[in-house]
Design a protein around this ligand. Structure first.
Ligand code: HEM
Ligand code: HEM
Length: 154
């Protein structure tokens, strides 16, 4: 099976995980910098760093969506048809979709008053992604081991 097959090769796996972690960490860094920022001081150098981190977040998010597209035909659809790791795969895909949708709403809020609500929703979906990713990888590994060694202890 190719590097981007139903089971990911080491390089594809590294690219997927690197993009996801970069998105999560840059989002988390933006949140944490906000705690230390003086809201009234427009010369606070942390503002510049917070902006840079958000640019990094936007770039990493584009890369992640590209990578998710690469996973679609074989990894997502292939494993879905083979009925492998469906629940956590679906939940992970849904979390990514919610993040992409709410991210878009942060760029183009239908109304400025709604921006804070979309921001909160986006951050909660980010937390969801953080929880679902290790679960998905762990469940995938477990079901794979059971496929290879069907009689091993559960
Ligand atoms: C319906 C959607 C999905 C299904 C059914 C699914 C299914 C699976 C399965 C069966 C495995 C274990 C592969 C094996 O070892 O043989 C796996 C692993 C993995 N999945 Fe998914 N997945 C889905 C969506 C996603 C998405 C959206 C991502 C990330 C953007 C993702 C990332 C990974 C990673 C990093 C692994 C561990 C690497 C590997 O063992 O192949 N998956 N998934
Ligand atoms: C597919 C995944 C994701 C996409 C497409 C995405 C996209 C975006 C976009 C477009 C923005 C607006 C940038 C701007 O205003 O300049 C944003 C902001 C943000 N994202 Fe994400 N993001 C994703 C995942 C995450 C994750 C996992 C977290 C986890 C903490 C996160 C946290 C944040 C935060 C804190 C902001 C700033 C919110 C604000 O300006 O009020 N994002 N994201």
């Amino acid at each position: 099976m190719s590097a981007w097959g139903m089971h990911l090769g080491p390089s594809a796996r590294r690219q997927v995980l690197a993009a996801i972690w970069l998105v999560i960490l840059s989002g988390a860094a933006w949140i944490v910098l906000g705690w230390y920022l003086d809201a009234n001081d427009y010369t606070d150098p942390l503002r510049v760093w917070r902006h840079r981190v958000l640019v990094l977040h936007g770039v990493a998010a584009y890369a992640l969506l590209w990578i998710t597209g690469r996973l679609y035909a074989l990894h997502q659809q292939g494993n879905w048809r083979a009925q492998r790791n469906r629940a956590s795969g679906l939940a992970l895909s849904a979390a990514l979709l919610l993040l992409a949708g709410s991210g878009l709403m942060l760029y183009y809020p239908p109304h400025e008053d709604w921006r804070d609500a979309f921001s909160l929703f986006h951050q909660i979906s980010g937390l969801l992604l953080l929880l679902l990713l290790p679960l998905h990888v762990w469940l995938g590994k477990k079901t794979r081991l059971l496929r290879i060694h069907p009689h091993s202890a559960r």
